[in-house]
Design a binder for this molecule. Structure first.
Ligand code: FAD
Length: 485
């Protein structure tokens, strides 16, 4: 019998490590001796970096996974502590031949895995780990000189050109060990509180519903509509991909089926030709490539979690302004699209991608506050926080990341709002104080005089900064860091 150590792969299907432990033949997987004991270890060192919403999603996903095992005469064995001491004990208790898991790519995960390997070696317990969460492992997509890519474009092209393996079947009941697990801890027992946010429903069933709905509609409009937060053209799979409640091969496979439908005459989505639909599917697949790109960046540069990826000649002199930071966190900056985004984060533990870019640009360019403050806030509040994607997104917005774009890309929060939320539908969904105010007034909020603002019957705040002035200040801040005269 073999232990499969679940971590951020909380699903039974399309799971390379679990398939190996259970002896299910999969792509390139060593089958070992059949009979899987599924295990999850609550590791307080890792939980120290989690927020309430993410822990809620994780616990719900574990609950759903547990029921999948119980329906098949097995169970999820749960333990709490340092995996380097818990796993050798579990191996002894269950007389397991081998422990397998799927690889993690952050510095923290890799250090932990190294310690676990050493501990298992010390106890003479065999172990193995598998590339599972991404298609192409770090080091497999490189420049012709063999270096990791520092910009996405060529990486993305190579990613698209590589063959992608098929999804892997879940284990049959006979391949699962007959074990009983202890109850899952409550969120309070883990030291977290039930979040105020309405967190995405967890579990593989919910992920599959999201995927199926997206692949019958949004995927064909993705290219055109994905930047508009009210058009429902994004998959909302991020928390599921973060926690692995669905496998990447299964997601990709569904997108390929969607492509086939488009190629065979087009899906029933009005306004788009079959060619446009195929292009749209590929645009979505590119986002999956971005996810792998940032995973590779993190793998080769684990220090980016705390340090700039891009080097400037001098330190960037970020401003330290607790009051402005607080206004940003609370969604009280007086810039409607920024405030709507920050309130969506609080209410749903999620934020639309376009709005993430806008709020991140606002924090780092308008307020000139260090991207790390924003990254930590997102890490604490997003259910989908993923070290690689969150860090990549923040450093991109702050002009400290892998992006080829220069430091002078500074989003104008008013024109972004006007363009991507013209009717202020998104804004008024999350900022009740602006309901009943017409969209033009909302998009001109920063230009109104105090008297004009006072005439609008709302307690929505005046802008806390002047965008044009702050834009100039941000340019000066980056020019000083570059050493420009
Ligand atoms: P879709 O548009 O449907 O995309 C599908 C999947 O592709 C996503 O679930 C995600 O896994 C991946 N993806 C999409 N866009 C990106 C991207 N730009 N970079 C990397 N992967 C991407 N994504 C996270 O998963 N976790 C984070 O913590 C995170 N933090 C971010 C912080 C900032 C400042 C920015 C600008 C972006 C961040 N992103 C993060 C990327 C992106 O915003 C989210 O993945 C996306 O909004 C999730 O919604 P969705 O699943 O509907 O996305």
């Amino acid at each position: 019998m073999q232990i499969h150590w679940h971590r951020d792969d909380l699903r039974p299907a399309d799971n390379r490590g679990l398939a190996a432990a259970a002896g299910v033949a999969g792509d390139g997987v060593d089958n070992g001796t059949p009979g899987a004991i599924p295990v999850f270890v609550f590791d307080d060192d890792i939980l120290a970096y989690a927020g309430d919403a993410r822990v809620r999603f994780m616990l719900d996903a574990l609950g759903s996974l547990r029921w999948w095992y119980r329906d098949r005469g097995s169970d999820l064995v749960v333990a709490r502590g340092d995996p380097a001491s818990v796993l050798p004990d579990l191996a002894a208790e269950y007389d397991a031949d081998r422990i397998v898991w799927n690889k993690g790519y952050s510095g923290l995960a890799r250090d932990r895995d190294e310690r676990v390997r050493d501990a298992l070696d010390g106890h003479k317990v065999a172990h193995d780990s598998f590339h599972d969460a991404i298609f192409h492992e770090p080091g497999s997509i490189t420049t012709n000189a063999g270096d990791p890519y520092s910009v996405f474009t060529y990486f993305g092209r190579k990613w698209h050109d590589r063959p992608k393996p098929d999804p892997i079947d879940p284990p049959e009941p006979a391949a699962l060990a007959d074990v009983d697990g202890d109850p899952l801890p409550t969120i309070g027992e883990l030291g977290f509180a039930d979040p105020d946010a309405d967190v995405e429903t967890a579990g593989t069933e919910a992920a599959r519903e999201r995927l199926a709905a997206f692949c019958s509609d949004g995927i064909y409009r993705y290219d055109e509509d994905r930047d508009y937060p009210t058009r429902s053209a994004v998959s909302r799979l991020s928390a599921h991909l973060t926690w692995g409640t669905i496998g990447i091969r299964e997601v990709y496979d569904a997108t390929e089926d969607a492509r086939e439908r488009a190629e065979n005459g087009g899906a029933d989505v009005s306004g788009f030709t079959p060619e446009e639909q195929v292009g749209s599917v590929e645009e979505f697949q590119s986002q999956l490539a971005w996810r792998e790109f940032y995973t590779h960046v993190l793998y080769f540069n684990p220090e980016v979690v705390t340090e700039n990826y891009k080097e400037y000649d001098h330190d960037i002199e970020w401003r330290d302004d607790p009051e402005e930071l607080r206004a940003w966190k609370r969604g009280e900056t007086g810039y409607p699209i920024v405030d709507a985004g920050m309130r969506q984060l609080r209410e749903e533990a999620y934020m639309h991608n376009r709005v993430r870019m806008i709020v991140a640009s606002f924090l780092t360019k308008d307020l000139q506050i260090d991207w790390r403050a924003g990254y930590h806030h997102f890490r604490d509040h997003l259910a989908d926080h993923d070290t690689a994607n969150d860090n990549g997104g923040w450093q991109w917005a702050a002009s400290t990341g892998t992006d080829a774009q220069p430091y002078f890309r500074i989003f104008n929060p008013m024109t972004q709002g006007e363009r991507y939320d013209p009717d202020a539908e998104y804004i008024t969904r999350y900022v009740p104080a602006l309901r009943g105010v017409d969209a033009d007034t909302i998009h001109e909020w920063h230009e109104l005089s105090p008297v004009e603002r006072a005439r609008v019957d709302t307690d929505y705040p005046a802008p806390i900064v002047d965008h044009s002035e702050r834009r100039e200040a941000a340019l000066s801040m980056f020019e000083a860091a570059r050493g420009d005269d």
